[in-house]
Design a protein around this ligand. Structure first.
Ligand code: NAD
Ligand code: WQD
Length: 342
């Protein structure tokens, strides 16, 4: 079985590649390296003792993508990670996001439509729910107006795939709505590689503990939550990666009830920002320098998943604790410095 992983050298994609290789899938990775490094391939090989096929390709290049599919008519499934993901940057430069996240998806779907049959997994996000009216969040919760062009690309992306599935029963697709992926491979050889100052909580915490950032700003302590800080569902990237494999198996084995399905992928447990900080301090034995600052624009109060559907239909459940995920993120952060120096 040959699986194409777009954006497969990125944070989540690289962990999924490991899981696929582990299950003996033949993996072809395409990535334009806009938010990843070619050295990730070495990490993948060191962990799995296998090397996926890799092609440096920008999905915005429609002709290059078409040529790629010309060479790879035998692809059994596509896991589509390639996209830009910085919420703030998407507000500054919306067209970059519509081009990189929407045009590329359209080009990919156009190629898939030319195959006799195709299977697609799309990286969606809990951001589509905005501030949900009810917690935990089920897949039937209303989709809220997007807070950012990035969030909009995930909503539109889902709609585009659904529309195509409606008229083309040779396309089977699953959108996975990730909650907050964190952590790294337990080997410490691959993980998240933020460019510049991290936007997300956990890399900011690990960089602060490392002394790269002076202080973590905790955005708001006046939310109506357990300690006033915002609540999220932090999921270990390895648990998230395994969810892709079971979703892929559902597609390949034709087990779907409808040819377009959506699943929440989270732990089902909410943790506040201060709970994450405290868990990190406990796991590492390091005191974290942080201060409370005003809320960040666009942040919701609380979001955590109802994972009943993924548990029952995919037979998938997260295994790792928040502490384990934070320990792996910390191991990775320490290794990045070693990798950079070597
Ligand atoms: P990432 O930036 O680490 O990985 C994305 C990869 O895609 C990178 O390696 C990048 O170089 C590549 N890429 C980007 N544009 C490309 C293009 N035009 N052509 C080819 N390659 C391209 O991001 P990630 O955290 O691994 O996220 C993967 C997917 O999951 C994205 O679609 C993202 O929106 C989605 N997602 C991420 C999160 C999160 O918190 N990390 C949450 C929900 C959804
Ligand atoms: C988590 C919590 C912050 C940084 C974003 C995207 C979402 C999805 C995941 C892709 C929040 C607080 C953060 C900091 C802080 N990505 N925080 N200080 O905002 O839930 O989701 O990433 O799809 O679309 O919006 O994740 O990690 O940025 O923040 O206090 O320096 O940590 O306010 O409450 P978020 P995050």
């Amino acid at each position: 079985m040959k699986i194409l992983v777009t954006g497969g050298l990125g944070f989540i994609g690289s962990h999924v590649v490991i899981e696929l290789l582990d299950k003996d899938y033949e993996v072809v990775v395409v990535d334009n390296l806009s938010n990843s490094a070619i050295s990730v391939l070495e990490g993948i090989q060191a962990i799995s003792n296998k090397m996926p096929e890799f092609e440096k390709l920008d999905l915005r290049n429609k002709q290059a993508l078409s040529d790629f599919f010309g060479k790879h008519q035998d692809i059994n499934g596509v896991i589509h990670f390639a996209a830009s993901k910085a919420v703030g940057e998407s507000v500054e430069n919306p067209l970059l996001y519509y081009e990189n996240n929407i045009n590329t998806l359209v080009y990919l779907l156009q190629e898939l439509q030319q195959l006799p049959s195709s299977n697609l997994i799309f990286s969606s996000s809990c951001t589509v729910y905005g501030q949900a009216d009810t917690l935990p969040i089920t897949e039937t919760a209303p989709i809220k107006p997007a807070e950012s062009p990035y969030g909009n690309t995930k909503q539109i992306g889902e709609e585009i795939i659904k529309d195509v599935c409606n008229v083309d029963d040779t396309l089977n697709a699953i959108a996975l709505r990730y909650f907050n992926p964190i952590g790294a491979h337990h080997s410490g050889l691959i993980g998240e590689l933020p460019i510049g100052a991290p936007q997300n909580l956990v890399p900011y915490i690990t960089q602060t503990a490392m002394g790269i950032r002076e202080q973590l700003s905790v955005f708001g302590d006046d939310y109506p939550t357990i300690d006033g800080t915002a609540v999220r569902d932090y999921i270990h990237v390895i648990d998230l990666a395994k969810a892709h494999v079971v979703a892929l198996e559902r597609l390949i084995n034709n087990e779907m009830v409808s040819n377009y399905e959506t699943f929440n992928i989270g732990t089902g447990k909410g943790s506040s920002v201060l709970e994450v900080v405290q868990a990190f301090e406990k796991v590492t034995g390091k005191a974290l320098n942080y201060k409370i600052v005003p809320r960040r624009d666009g942040d919701v109060t609380a979001a955590y998943a109802d994972t009943t559907l993924a548990n029952s239909v995919l037979g998938w459940k997260s295994q790792f604790t928040l502490q384990q995920a934070l320990a792996s993120a910390w191991k990775w952060q320490q290794n990045i410095e070693v990798i950079k120096e070597s």
